[in-house]
Design a binder for this molecule. Structure first.
Ligand code: PMP
Length: 359
């Protein structure tokens, strides 16, 4: 290694799920929505005047921020937007996790958390989920585990398991001196949001995304809702980094999508309905899983190893996610697609697993 490389900020990057570009594939590996975004987005695109691209976008992304504030009935001063919730979470780590004490997150969780912690030199500790992959709230209480902040997804990823609101409130009650970030990327598919707790706890930040329930993963819009003071701190860090993270088209199209609440409710209901049907099919085929409230299920088969099923599916151009790590290597995370896509998956699994391994 050359001498100058001693001064490089070395990081082991997060590895996102594969993005194959085949036409005939069934893509159930990165928790995207199988339905297209609201038609309101296309209308904005058609009416868009490209001459405006000469100008910088609105650094406050006010149109988008206002549309989000309207949906959640909060002040625009309580809303922060970023380039996907990955950007929002990265900014939040940088802003709120600035202590010598370790931040806490579950041992099985979104695998970007430890990457950001390493990158920003934030000490961290992983707190074990119980045998059923549930978060144990008491393990996050400051008197039991001194910490410099807390972050967890709800529902958790990749398990899909929900932490009830009273447990989240208990974690907040026992951690008044640090920021508590609830990553609600999947909350719209049937879990209860922590947003009502914002009135009582000024150290709570709720992070959501348009990538899943609003079918805009390709557009990159995430947002945080919190106390005005928290949002101010976040914006101070963002403006010290890059003022213009949100481009004009994204601001306009994103705002239009938020205004179309009817379509949002319709597509979410379809995904939830397919998920509940899929749970029965997985059980019938000999799989078990935690009770997912997300747009994916985390399943393990009673006799056939997950890795083997993963590879067999891949050969059929059916992509799912496999995490080859100690406590998760017996599981597959399978995104809920359309009913037709799921039927193709189940038809194949039924044949592949054979009669012997059916449940
Ligand atoms: N949080 C969790 C728990 C996720 O699974 C994801 C998706 N990879 C994200 C945040 C980030 O999603 P996005 O940047 O598309 O909003």
């Amino acid at each position: 290694m050359s001498k100058w490389e001693d001064n490089v900020r070395k990081v082991v990057p997060y590895v996102p799920g594969e993005q194959p570009r085949q036409k005939d594939m069934i893509k159930l590996n990165t928790n995207e929505n199988p339905y297209p975004p609201s038609g309101e987005a296309a209308k904005v695109l058609q009416a868009f005047d490209e001459d405006t691209l000469r100008l910088y976008p609105d650094p406050t992304a006010a149109e988008l921020v206002n549309a989000i504030a309207d949906v959640y009935q909060v002040s625009p001063k309580q809303v922060f937007v970023g380039v996907g919730s990955d950007d929002v979470l990265a900014m939040s780590f940088m802003t709120f996790f600035n202590s010598e004490k370790p931040i806490l997150f579950p041992d099985i969780t979104y695998s970007f958390y430890d990457v950001w912690a390493e990158e920003f030199r934030i000490p961290y500790e992983r707190v074990m989920l119980d045998e059923e992959f549930k978060i144990v709230p008491e393990q996050y209480f400051s008197e039991n585990h001194q910490n410099g902040g807390i972050v967890f997804p709800n529902p958790n990823a990749p398990t899909g398991v929900e932490l009830p609101l009273d447990a989240i409130e208990a974690i907040l009650q026992h951690n008044p001196d640090v920021a508590v970030i609830v990553d609600e990327a999947y909350v719209d598919f049937g879990a209860v949001s922590a947003l009502p707790l914002l009135k009582k706890y000024e150290n709570l930040l709720v992070v959501q995304t348009t990538s899943k329930s609003r079918s805009l993963a390709g557009m990159r819009i995430g947002y945080a809702i919190g106390n005005e003071k928290m949002i101010r701190y976040l914006n101070d860090v963002k403006y010290s980094f890059n003022s213009y993270t949100m481009n004009q088209l994204t601001i306009a199209m994103g705002a239009a999508v938020f205004r179309d609440t009817a379509y949002f409710e319709e597509t979410v209901a379809k995904v939830v309905e397919t998920r509940e049907w899929a749970k029965k099919e997985f059980t019938r085929l000999g799989f078990s899983f935690g009770d997912s409230k997300a747009n994916f299920v985390f399943v393990t088969h009673k006799s056939v190893p997950a890795k083997q099923i993963f590879q067999a599916l891949r050969e059929q151009h059916i992509y799912v996610r496999y995490f080859d790590k100690p406590r998760t290597d017996r599981y597959l995370r399978i995104t809920i697609g359309t009913r037709e896509q799921m039927q193709i998956l189940f038809d194949f699994l039924e044949e592949y697993l054979g009669k012997d391994s059916l449940g």
